[in-house]
Design a protein around this ligand. Structure first.
Ligand SMILES: [Cu+2]
Length: 495
């Protein structure tokens, strides 16, 4: 009788200890799942490149970087290197950047965890992409406490209940006490284990991390960035009163050109980022939606250039532009600061010289138009301020629906917006004209591509004339569809 109870107790405790030991690795695995993969876009000189950087999981070793040329870049090569922040490159690896759409891998190496920069140079500009290589996750102390406690408890209990020991009551009681202590240690360790473990987190600065060297059109990421104007959140940035940031902790953007900007000529635009509260250089940007900085440059003709400047030094970025027309341009930088630094849209302006252009006609409203060899039918249902509005663009070519749109920046499509100015028409240099960015979060088809329709949900905060641009990627090139939308006043007066 006593023996049977003893065996049941043993079985129960063995089960309990087994469960504890099994639970521990599961919890351990959950606490550190850094993928170590950074995907980001760079507009380096004349080239648009998509980079996929895979940090070594062990904290040191091989660091493969896949370079995928996009756009219309000429053949050539870029050189890559991995260095500690600010260091000059040692060994460089050259990779060709042609043809467009053909990924090329450069195998770099790092000799330890911590902050690193992946350098990408085209002979004129050196981009410095900051990454963090995570240290290998060690086994936390509480895990060892559970393992040792459970093991000691089970062994002592089995010994205490063995027939030989039961003949010696004192020894049996002693071993029973040891078993109790062991199990207590294990249970206490589980109960007091940190809820949010403090192992080194994100292996890179990347916020999103789809597959490594997979071709671009596949794999929409697990979700865009909350707060980055995805659908419901869209109103927030567009709604913001625009302006040169002055509130504490916002990002102040400066833009200068290396030489006087002239219509029709390429020019390098240099950007500086400082914190409005401290005046310090802002260098804590996280990769969001596959870029450190999303830059929209909008001309007086309301032409949009959406590019991804390269970081050349802390808080310094550069990108090449070819402004199409003379006049004053609005420059909008969208970025996310690491940690809880939040999502920021900073704006400034640049002047471009050249012959005065004729007054620009507004772009077509909803309806059909031809863009880059495709017919694009845009439908905007009931654009009323304060009401959710759906914008749908349908792409066809020679009468057939286009179904080979490629994802870009982790989304099916992007909608950029500029709201009405004080004078009425959208004006990129009037702070009253709010800038916004909405995503199509649609799921890719079986081939990993999108189309023929892309759709956006947006609530226009204000009535009046808005400039919209729908952007999709096809054949590794960005297609931009400008649309003018007149938003009717809502039932409540708009601000
Ligand atoms: Cu962007």
């Amino acid at each position: 009788m006593l023996a049977r109870q003893g065996h049941r107790l043993v079985a129960l405790l063995v089960l309990l200890a087994g469960a504890l030991v099994l639970l521990v690795p599961a919890a351990g695995a959950h606490e550190s799942t850094p993928t170590g993969i950074t995907r980001l876009e760079l507009d380096l000189g004349v080239r648009a490149l998509a980079l996929t950087i895979t940090a070594p999981p062990g904290g040191a070793g091989r660091l493969p970087v896949v370079v995928l040329p996009r756009g219309d870049a000429p053949p050539g090569e870029v050189t890559l290197a991995a260095v500690r922040p600010g260091a000059a490159p040692g060994g460089r690896v050259a990779v060709p950047v042609a043809p467009v759409g053909q990924p090329q891998e450069a195998l770099l190496a790092v000799d330890g965890p911590g902050a690193w920069e992946v350098l990408v140079a085209d002979g004129a500009t050196v981009a410095r992409v900051p990454i963090t290589v995570a240290a290998p996750a060690g086994t936390p102390g509480w895990v060892w406490a559970v393992r040792v406690g459970a093991l000691v408890g089970v062994v002592a209990l089995v010994a205490a209940l063995s027939p030989g020991v039961r003949q010696r009551p004192r020894l049996a009681v002693g071993l029973g006490a040891v078993a109790l202590v062991g199990v207590t240690v294990a249970v206490t360790a589980v109960a007091t284990a940190p809820a949010t473990p403090t192992t080194p987190t994100a292996a890179t600065t990347a916020a999103s991390a789809p597959t490594a060297s997979a071709p671009l059109p596949a794999t929409p990421p697990a979700g865009g960035h909350a707060g980055h104007a995805a659908h419901g959140a869209a109103a927030a940035p567009a709604d913001a009163p625009a302006p040169v940031p002055t509130t504490a902790g916002s990002v102040v953007l400066t833009a200068t050109t290396t030489s006087p900007a002239t219509a029709g000529r390429p020019v390098d635009l240099q950007l500086g980022l400082t914190d409005s509260a401290s005046g310090a250089v802002v260098d804590d940007l996280a990769v969001h939606d596959e870029a450190l900085v999303h830059l929209a440059v909008i001309g007086p003709d309301r032409g949009l250039t959406h590019v991804h400047p390269v970081r050349t030094a802390p808080g310094r970025y550069v990108v090449r532009l070819t402004p199409g027309t003379a006049g004053r341009y609005g420059v909008f930088a969208e970025m996310e600061r690491a940690g809880d630094g939040g999502h920021h849209v900073a704006r400034t302006a640049i002047d471009v010289g050249g012959p005065a252009p004729a007054a620009a006609a507004p772009s077509a409203g909803p309806g059909a138009r031809q863009v880059d060899g495709m017919q694009v039918d845009v439908a905007v249902a009931d654009a009323v301020a304060g009401n959710p509005t759906r914008v749908v663009a349908r792409f066809s070519e020679n009468g057939r629906p286009v179904t080979d749109l490629q994802g870009w920046l982790g989304m099916a499509a992007h909608l950029m917006l500029l709201g009405p100015s004080v004078a009425g028409a959208p004006d990129p240099v009037d702070p009253a004209s709010a800038f916004g960015h909405v995503h199509d979060m649609g799921v890719a088809g079986p081939a990993g591509t999108y189309g023929p329709e892309v759709a956006f949900d947006h609530t226009f905060p204000r009535a009046g004339r808005h400039q919209l641009w729908v952007q999709v990627q096809r054949d590794w090139r960005i297609v931009t569809v400008p649309v003018t939308v007149d938003v009717a006043p809502g039932s409540t007066p708009s601000p």
